[in-house]
Ligand binder design. Structure first.
Ligand SMILES: [Zn+2]
Length: 344
């Protein structure tokens, strides 16, 4: 486990549609292990390792490069910056956060809020709608207008740290998935099938990159690597926990974007049992992954998602358990080595 690599992935920006800086980092990590690499028109990155079989099939593993983030919508006459969200934000967790604005320079900023001294008891009970939130850059309006333009990217700012057995920070969705994909792509010895590690774009705004990437590639099987919701915390009934932290790699049965291929689910579960890899089965009532895009490509593709349980998803304190990350890397690596045994 390389904390340094995960840290680097978490601190590199990747706004939907503007994944180029992040793609460069991923590309460097995958290149030494790939026989071929290319990027498509949407910006999806493909790394191919050739299979040893006579008629190798194409296995696509996908993790998304984009993060929930914002773009500059408007600059207020006093220099405050209004922003448009890219991805599913909860405005409750945005106030008093630090951000980075990628203007002509990279600027630090603050999502401001009226001080408690000046709020009424009613105001204190209310959540400020996303539309009313603003960024303070600590600069006069002229300077802001010189450095920042409408459409510039904004990301949340928070350093990845260890908290007990957790890794905690922003954008573990899906940096931990990209990390898992890189590690498995490096680790697997050989496969009879062609393995394509695909770092996709624009997942957070409707699973767009995976759809076009899989149309272009026409894979035989698709596996998405993403986080899933671990709701095992106070205030949530046990029946609604979905998955638990530290209980292993989650094999997705379904979410609201995809129903995993039953044969593929069984194959992954059997593999995990045979290899003694801690795992759990996942039924997620809301949300989706790149598997949703892959499944609906062309005439349809058997898909499954390997998920890493994540608490506090879509906040700056997203948390994953180190054992779950390790187990997901192991299961994915084993799958890549044994994919040829799966037929449908
Ligand atoms: Zn995700």
């Amino acid at each position: 486990m390389s904390f340094e690599l995960l840290h680097k992935l978490c601190s590199t920006p990747g706004v939907p549609g503007r994944e180029e800086i992040f793609r460069e980092v991923v590309s460097k990590e995958l290149a030494p292990y790939a026989d071929e690499m290319y990027t498509d028109a949407m910006g999806n990155l493909f790394a191919r390792r050739r299979g040893t079989g006579k008629n190798p099939r194409k296995i696509m593993i996908a993790a998304h490069m984009d993060e929930i983030s914002f773009i500059v919508k408007n600059i207020h006459k006093d220099g405050f910056v209004y922003f448009h969200p890219l991805g599913g934000f909860d405005p409750r967790v945005l106030v008093a956060q630090r951000v980075k604005v990628y203007g002509r320079e990279v600027l630090d900023g603050i999502i401001g809020i009226k001080p408690t001294h000046f709020t009424t008891p009613e105001e204190r009970q209310k959540v400020t709608p996303l539309d009313d939130l603003f960024i303070d850059l600590g600069l006069p309006v002229d300077k802001v207008k010189e450095l920042v333009r409408v459409g510039d990217c904004i990301t949340l700012e928070r350093e990845l740290i260890r908290v007990g057995n957790f890794y905690c920070g922003k954008t573990l969705d899906d940096r931990v998935g990209v990390y898992t994909m890189i590690e498995a792509f490096r680790k697997f010895s050989t496969s009879e099938d062609d393995i394509y590690a695909v770092a996709t774009v624009q997942e957070e705004i409707g699973v767009r990159g995976a759809l076009t990437a899989s149309f272009g590639l026409a894979p035989d099987i698709g596996i998405a690597i993403d986080i899933t919701i671990a709701a095992d915390m106070p205030g949530v009934e046990e029946k609604d926990h979905c998955v638990g932290m530290g209980k292993g790699a989650a094999i997705k049965i379904l979410d609201s974007y995809s129903v995993s291929h039953y044969g593929l689910v069984s194959f992954l579960r059997d593999l995990a049992e045979k290899k003694d890899i801690h795992h759990q089965m996942e039924v997620l009532p809301r949300g989706g992954t790149d598997a949703g895009g892959m499944q609906l490509s062309r005439a349809g593709i058997p898909v499954c998602t390997l998920s890493i349980p994540c608490r506090y998803t879509h906040s700056v304190v997203e948390s994953v358990h180190q054992d779950d990350v390790a187990m997901t890397i192991r299961l994915l690596t084993d799958f890549l080595e044994h994919s040829a045994e799966f037929t449908y």
